[in-house]
Ligand binder design. Structure first.
Ligand code: GLU
Length: 428
């Protein structure tokens, strides 16, 4: 694995370039982030002490529209990680044809160690530090790992205090009562479900004969697990950061979700009304979950989960990347050689930013949609772009990841070229 996540991420671009004709200038632009902001956020802790947290906001490219992307609170957040995530957002927005560029933010912090008040002060401090670099037409933050609607509400509020005006479209993923969109909270998992269903039909795979393992039971993983289980897929394993559970017969996902929400842990249980019973299961580690012999493997946690170190253990037939960057570039080659079908993050998890786009549109028009309308539009978009990428993959006989980059690169290349390239100036 490469030392830098961003260097690893860029390799996907190099491969895609072989399949399209894109101007050299456009490619040169896409090799570098447009701007990278590093800030220090002072926070007065509950015990009176002062702590300074490093924060970042990277706008990778905004040729197709304002920067768009989440803010992550995690102890491993670094400039390299945020840059890679902003790069992926650029391609994700292009793949889904959203009028946005790509951006990402983060704070290096373990939010589980902070009180709610400290978290609020940190969030307001972060916006204080980046307020001049964001805005509804500049760059629009959203939730990511360990940030949620409440955090987004604080972000919007702080921005409005600074600007002395109301700007709901400055962030997405807000609480519904503060201008959030219905369906945003479940959008990443729901969008992934539409892509999985579209592709499983192509492979003539029936849900009841398909086993699934999901790594990560957060907002995205739990939703996709539940939708798949409802359709008849056999979800045999799920995990969170502490470890996982496996049951050959399949797990009852709604019960597990209900338990996790009220008790904060994952348990193999089956609930009827308010009575829950533990069912037969094995306790497994996250590494063991990834190595299960299942049809569908869904990494829905963090990046770099499948790397050169463990790729040989993977036995799934299909992998759908619900997390951002869960497979390293060198592991990709190995999976491809073994015929394991990988569907990339920039398509599979794009439902989140797609409904963020819907939220931004609703904020700006002042007209709010029903959950049916949101989900129907999401379904249309996910199916349409999944089909296009599938066709490109078939046409060039390339993996879905490369096809997704080709698809995004086509749109980005067109937009960058429309601003004038060396061909225009030299030959014109
Ligand atoms: N953090 C999410 C992602 O990685 C959502 C970004 C957004 O809604 O802007 O796609």
């Amino acid at each position: 694995m490469s030392d830098s996540l961003f260097a690893d991420a860029s390799k996907r671009l190099e491969r895609a370039m072989k399949y399209i004709s894109i101007s050299e200038d456009a490619l040169e632009y896409l090799k570098y982030p447009k701007s990278s902001l590093i800030v220090s956020i002072p926070v007065r802790m509950d015990n009176g002490a002062l702590r300074i947290f490093p924060g970042y906001r990277v706008r990778y490219d905004d040729t197709r529209g304002p920067g768009k992307g989440g803010v992550r609170y995690h102890p491993n957040v670094s400039l390299d990680e945020v840059t890679s995530l902003a790069f992926w957002m650029t391609f994700k927005c292009a793949v889904l044809d959203l009028p946005f560029g790509g951006a990402k933010g983060g704070v290096t912090v373990n939010p589980k160690e902070l009180s709610k008040l400290e978290l609020e002060r940190l969030t307001r401090g972060y916006i204080e530090a980046i307020a001049d670099f964001i805005g509804p037409d500049i760059d629009i933050p959203a939730p990511d790992v360990y940030t949620n609607p409440m955090v987004m509400g604080w972000m919007m509020d702080q921005y409005n205090i600074i600007k002395r005006s109301l700007n709901p479209a400055v962030v997405t993923g807000k609480p519904i009562t503060l201008g959030g969109s219905v369906g945003r909270n479940t959008a990443t998992g729901t969008g992934a479900y539409f892509t999985i269903e579209t592709l499983m039909r192509k492979f003539d795979r029936q849900p009841h004969e398909t086993t699934v393992a999901v790594q990560g039971f957060g907002n995205a993983g739990a939703v996709v697990a539940e939708l798949l289980a409802k359709t008849g897929y056999k979800v045999v394993a799920v995990s969170d950061s502490k470890g996982g559970i496996y049951a050959k017969k399949g797990l009852d996902i709604p019960s597990i979700r209900h338990y996790k929400e009220s008790n904060k842990g994952i348990q193999a249980i089956y609930c009827e009304d308010s009575v829950c019973n533990i069912v037969e299961h094995e306790i497994i580690s996250n590494e063991e979950l990834l190595a299960l012999e299942v049809d569908l493997l869904i990494p829905a946690a963090l990046e770099n989960q499948i790397t050169a170190a463990n790729v040989k253990d993977i036995k799934a037939k299909y992998i759908f990347e619900v997390a951002n960057g869960p497979i390293s570039a060198d592991a990709d080659a190995d999976l491809e050689a073994r015929g394991i079908y990988v569907v990339p993050d920039i398509l599979v998890n794009a439902g989140g930013v797609t409904v963020s786009y819907f939220e931004w549109v609703q904020n700006r028009s002042g007209l709010y949609w029903s959950v049916e309308e949101v989900n129907q539009r999401l379904q249309q978009k996910m199916i349409k772009e999944t089909e296009k990428i599938w066709q490109l993959a078939e046409e060039f006989d390339i993996p879905m990841r490369t096809a997704a980059y080709v698809h995004g690169l086509n749109r980005l290349g067109e937009a960058l070229s429309a601003k004038g390239t060396r061909d225009y100036y030299v030959n014109g």
